[in-house]
Design a protein around this ligand. Sequence first.
Ligand SMILES: Nc1ncnc2c1ncn2[C@@H]1O[C@H](COP(=O)(O)OP(=O)(O)OP(=O)(O)O)[C@@H](O)[C@H]1O
Length: 679
Amino acid sequence: MEYIAQHRNSEASNPEIQIASGDTQPTIIIDESESTGASGNEIRLKIDEFYLQEKNPSFTSSNNDNNSVSLAWRNLSYTVMNSKTKQKTNIVQDVSGVVKPGEVMAIMGPSGSGKSTLLDLLAGRKEPKLTSGEIYLNGRPGQVKYVSTYVMQEDALMGVLTVRENIQFAADLCFPSSYSAKERKARVRAIITEFGLDRVADSKIGTVFVRGVSGGEKRRASIATQVLTLPKIIFLDEPTSGLDSAASYNVMKAIVQMARNYKLTVIASIHQPSTETYSLFDKLCILGRGRTLYMGKREKAIAYFQELGHVVPPYSNPADHFLYLINSDFMTDKTRAEEYITNFIVSFEKSDANKLLQEEIKSLIERHKEDTDTRIISSSTTTRYQLSFFKQTSILLKRSFINSMRNILVFWVRVILYVALGLLIGTTYWRIGYDQINIMERFSGEYFSVAFLSFMSIAGIPGFLEERLVFQRERGNGFYSVGPFVLANTIISFPFIFIISLSFTAVIYPTVGLHNGGKHVILFVVYLFLCLNVAEGMVVFIASLVPIFIASLALTAFANGFWMVFGGYLVRPHSIAKGWKWAHYIDYQKYAFEAILSNDLKGLDFNCERLTDPSPDRMYNCYYGDKSGRSATFPGEAVLEELGYTNIRPALWAVILIAMTFVFRLAFFAVLRFKKNHN
Ligand SMILES: Nc1ncnc2c1ncn2[C@@H]1O[C@H](COP(=O)(O)OP(=O)(O)OP(=O)(O)O)[C@@H](O)[C@H]1O
């Protein structure tokens, strides 16, 4: 059933949302002008909720928590084995807790206390073999990952896109196709308002070249893109890290408000919240050495520690005080430090707070024992992705296109570099002509074009790494699969690489004075284009394998250095040592270089040197071809033959270059598909 929202400004007297049921398309009629104090945004929110519930029952509402999910866990442990000592270490041990819909819990503790590990455990992101304990969704064992979203610490946004565009693309990717463009836009508007981003909605996120929104706004935008679908449980890994206290407060406030409005269950690991941020939490889980030092209501924590004899001094931040209190890392006496923390652990185990917690978990399980409603556990598992492969690819293509057009780092920096370099080469070689002494210059120019242009594909690494981070986040949240991303990335590179090849050729070809004629110019562009596609494929493959900027830069530079050695110019094919011949045959630069060489030299005649003291039998000195001294010229073919570039088959070489592009793109797919992410 479809619903259409209509805004009517004058006639309706009832400010409430009305549903005018028709036969097929009931219409929501809204009067914004005479609302009873509800702002346009509030009305919009109501429409959005309405849409979300009608279209997908897994979306929750502020007034209806039927679909909300409580999360409880009991005796959760994570144990790793030290590969050297073969000893087991509990990173997290016997941790229990419960968070109900609408509540926000903070996991706090000193560095290394196990906050991230616990968050990952709860989110189902840890190796099950190393995990023990139980996790309950609404009191029943269930798969958390199907009803939750994990918000990573790093902002994963496209810098050249505006806040709204980033969120809109996420909405286009994560909502099912039964949502109209208008509905998705409405949801985007609503979440922008919820996260207080209206003022900067049309500002770019920012890049190294363009100053964008503030760190806090960027963090809010990043979170907004990940919670658009109102997942029932939200995990946030250090959502305020790197932000000042005001920005941290605003980020947390937006999250808390959303949790309240939509009855979402929220768990966030947090380092050192300010007093204001701390006061936003409903519950606290304080960890020390992987054990629970306190788990319960935030407002009862002060009294709890007071009972243990640790009074929070007046006017001090309770969070700071607790963290200071439980930090034994800097105690010089290790036995005393151990005892000190053990006291906190034992005190909590024996505490009323713990008894209350255990009873709460028990009663939650009891209450849902007879529950036969499996909707929560199974609702999101029926279809893995909301959109078809084709739709996913087309949206990603559109976003990649905008990113490539606007982000100078992706392609344009290469266009500028190549044109500048083309001008440099062109003006240096300036019309090299057809004398035999110029032959090696042709070789050098053509080799340089292939090798340097391929090498400079590394300029695309920063842009790709940014895109990969967004991909990783969106794939993690189940927006789309690897195939559409790889396909979109591949397709979008073609026109830009073509522009690069064309612009370089346009500059270099006439200035250097390569083989004249339309066919030769076109073939030069084609070979360069095919070569750069392989180079680009190799860059994305390496950068996805090692997604660390400096490391992928170094690896790609090494790989290109390797190909340069075996490309057939620095060492001619027949001179390459036997043991390295294989490298020559798998070197894409060989195929491009030889095809370009053949395109230039074949069909050209070069002038031999006229002797200063000619005799009737010997008038010329020819480096190649007929060396009898009677011929004034020799063909380009003779040069190739004598220098060992025999058996060049340009059409086959072109096919090999296409195949190599395919292989690298396939490897790129395999890496994204099968490599485990550790960041
Ligand atoms: N797989 C593992 N093998 C060995 N040690 C581990 C493993 N995972 C985590 N640890 C160790 O367990 C401890 C807890 O790690 P965790 O990252 O959960 O702490 P944290 O409280 O989030 O720390 P921080 O606040 O500094 O990020 C650390 O000392 C860490 O080095």
